[in-house]
Design a protein around this ligand. Structure first.
Ligand code: GSH
Length: 251
């Protein structure tokens, strides 16, 4: 069974849980005691030499970087649960003359045929869509997450730890988040989800940051944008995500 080493209050670990939950996969959760600095000790550094959470172990494979882990899960379990990546249209049927041959060579060429779209034009549409979904997945990592992380720290974690919030940091990052959300609003006016018309990793990667920020004054930035707030409500209500939050509350 797959093992996830992480911390249930950590955005990156929850991102991995979200992908596993959408795929309805069983896994063993191995909590890492960050307060005790367990992630900087030798036994953890063997899993991730950077000493950061989370890490996925699947047999011999040890993977760190939460978004690389969700991609691995999405591709390895492509046919289970929610697709999470854009897969394109149904593939072409085998031609009659190929179906009648039963030798090993034909079996292999049948498998190749099954992966081919109906036409070159369809292939181009699928490639473009996959590239677009990948682009929006990168947008989360490079435009949304850095700003959302700073706001979560100032508006959620600092108050929890009894620390004083830095108003200048909040204002600066609030303005940066507003600009990102303006771009999301325009995108979501053309597309049901960020990457394409189905829920993909481009949306999933936002989930814990959104759940956290909805409990802070930054919520008003989302509420002010109708397409963005409908998207937030939609993805936060996904049964797989509700399950993940329930799991977190047990820890
Ligand atoms: N880009 C990495 C970031 C991992 C990361 O920063 N994890 C934090 C979670 S709290 C961590 O382990 N921090 C411990 C530290 O900085 O020492 C990912 O997506 O997995």
């Amino acid at each position: 069974m797959m093992k996830v080493h992480g911390n249930a209050f950590n955005v990156e670990t929850m991102r991995v849980f979200a992908a596993l939950s959408e795929k309805d996969l069983e896994f063993e959760f191995v909590p890492v005691n960050m307060e005790a600095g367990e992630h900087k000790k030798e036994h953890f550094l063997v899993l991730n030499p950077f000493g950061l959470l989370p890490v996925l172990e699947d047999g011999e494979l040890k993977l760190f970087e939460s978004r690389a882990i969700t991609r691995y899960i999405a591709y390895k379990y492509a046919d289970k649960g929610t697709p999470l990546v854009y897969k394109g249209k149904p593939m072409v049927k085998l031609s009659a003359h190929m179906e009648v041959k039963v030798d090993q060579e034909t079996m292999e060429s049948e498998m190749q045929w099954e992966l081919m779209p109906d036409s070159a034009a369809d292939a181009a549409v699928i490639e473009n869509m996959m590239a677009t979904v990948n682009m929006w997945t990168e947008v989360e990592a490079h435009q949304f997450d850095p700003v959302a992380s700073k706001l979560q720290w100032e508006l959620m974690f600092k108050p929890l730890f009894g620390m004083a919030m830095d108003a200048a940091v909040v204002n600066e990052n609030g303005a940066r988040l507003a600009k990102v959300l303006d771009i999301y609003e325009a995108r979501l006016s053309q597309s049901k989800y960020l990457g394409c018309d189905i829920f993909t990793l481009a949306d999933l990667h936002h989930l814990l940051a959104l759940s956290n920020l909805m409990g802070t004054p930054a919520k008003t930035l989302f509420d002010a944008r109708p397409k963005v707030s409908a998207w937030v409500a939609d993805i936060m209500a996904r049964p797989a995500w509700v399950k993940v939050l329930a799991l977190r509350n047990q820890h």
